[in-house]
Design a protein around this ligand. Structure first.
Ligand code: SF4
Length: 186
């Protein structure tokens, strides 16, 4: 390989590693507290588990947030707001889903008002188990996410971009009209 090309490649790799390090260690979360799982977040945030030592903190707006937390079941009305919030976040962006309600509807399985599988509408990077999840499980999930970001494995946002027509079709099927302008939705 030509010396200059090799140098440029090394610089690119170095910069990529640095940006991933900082990205993984300064995660700002948009907490859309949809269901009862959210009650475990104060535990994880306060002195006992202190998630801020991992560089994690709350963020009030989607445009500045890195992670969207879905803390439990989603009604159709809430799903619409979640989709709008996710669309406003800049990439790379990550989605963490709490509890079985986000996996299969949980105790609301087959309800007319609650969705069963969140992954039909948005890409999930990490699931946190438990109904409701213990703070230890919440911290474990965040640690998993940090590791995935460092290893370049938290790629839900890319999957969303690549399969946008499929996601959009499901979203429109569930919700009808969406106030989003893109090539998949007129
Ligand atoms: S998983 Fe359990 S605790 Fe979480 S929202 Fe569903 S019912 Fe509530």
């Amino acid at each position: 390989m030509d010396n200059t090309v090799e140098k440029q490649e090394n610089i690119r790799k170095g910069w990529d590693g640095i940006s991933r390090f900082f990205r993984a260690n300064s995660i700002w979360m948009l907490m859309y507290c949809t269901g009862c799982c959210a009650i475990e977040l104060p535990q994880a945030m306060t002195s006992r588990y202190d998630m801020e030592r991992l560089g994690m903190g709350p963020m009030a707006t989607p445009r500045q947030a890195d992670v969207l937390l879905i803390t439990g079941y989603l009604s159709l009305k809430t799903l619409r707001r979640i989709i709008y919030a996710y669309e406003q976040m800049s990439t790379p962006k990550y989605l963490v889903a709490f509890g079985p309600c986000t996996l299969n509807g949980g105790i609301y399985y087959d309800s007319h008002a609650v969705i069963n599988r969140l992954d039909q509408y948005l890409p999930i990077d990490v699931y946190i188990a438990g109904c409701m999840p213990k703070p230890e499980a919440v911290m474990n999930g965040f640690n998993d996410l940090i590791g995935m970001i460092k290893r370049k494995e938290a790629n839900g946002w890319k999957k969303y971009e690549q399969n946008k027509d499929w996601y959009r079709k499901n979203q429109i099927q569930a919700l009808g009209e969406l106030r989003i302008k893109d090539e998949f939705h007129e």
